[in-house]
Design a protein around this ligand. Structure first.
Ligand code: HEM
Length: 209
């Protein structure tokens, strides 16, 4: 019961964090983009498509961990599973293209690592389901969804990283506020990815017991 409650809390927090980030892109106006757009003909449509499919992955993924559906409605689980896997593949491949438009090297490598980890863990989870290795399937899909949730944790971590930056600089901002924001937004995805992968392995080990 406790786990179920915390799952719904995660759903609410995730949607609460992600909706304000997604909304500007649904206007389909590049002027509303929060990230720099160098090409309205290619980069922006790729980014919007990435975001739309990522939202489908996030929402369908949440349903896959609801025991009532997974155990009692296996057909719905399989149907939603196909939607999750397809949207991760589409969104992840689009992300690989969008990465080429990012100017900062640290941020580029973070998104590159994130895309590849997303595609790899989802592929492994999908293949395990096809082979009917359900224990493997469960582990890889927990990993895959943990990576999906980096979109949430990476953003939640921003204020924590601002504070860390301030403390590590001896309670000062040597390069000013702009520099702090820039530095934090270049590493938040890396930190989110490492943190989520650790949490996910801990969840898998704990559930084994
Ligand atoms: C987990 C794998 C994901 C990868 C590899 C990925 C990759 C990317 C990349 C490369 C960008 C462009 C960043 C830039 O140009 O600075 C981006 C932006 C964005 N992505 Fe994803 N993404 C992922 C998951 C998600 C999910 C699950 C969502 C939402 C449900 C999402 C929503 C967004 C939004 C809203 C932006 C615009 C950035 C902003 O306004 O802050 N992404 N993503």
């Amino acid at each position: 019961m406790k786990l179920k409650k915390s799952w719904w809390l995660l759903v609410i927090v995730s949607l609460g964090v992600i909706i304000p980030f997604v909304a500007p892109y649904l206007t389909l106006d590049p002027a509303n983009s929060r990230v720099p757009i160098n090409s309205t003909a290619i980069q922006f449509p790729l980014l919007v498509a990435h975001i739309v499919f990522a939202c489908v992955a996030l929402i369908s993924g949440f349903f896959q961990f609801i025991e009532r559906i997974r155990i009692h409605k296996p057909k719905i689980h399989r149907y939603l599973g196909r939607i999750y896997v397809s949207s991760v593949f589409i969104s992840g491949l689009l992300a690989l293209a969008v990465v080429f438009y990012i100017e900062n090297f640290t941020k580029t490598t973070a998104f590159l690592a994130l895309s590849l980890t997303w595609l790899f863990t989802t592929w492994k989870g999908y293949r395990a389901a096809v082979r009917t290795s359900f224990d493997e399937h469960r582990k890889w899909m927990i990993r895959s969804f943990g990576v999906t949730l980096v979109a949430v944790s990476g953003r939640i971590l921003v204020p924590v990283l601002f504070l860390t930056y301030y403390i590590l600089n001896g309670f000062s901002l040597p390069g000013g506020r702009e520099k702090m924001i820039e530095d934090v937004l270049n590493i938040n995805i890396w930190v989110g990815l490492v943190l989520n992968l650790i949490i996910v392995e801990w969840v898998i080990l704990k559930s084994k017991k």
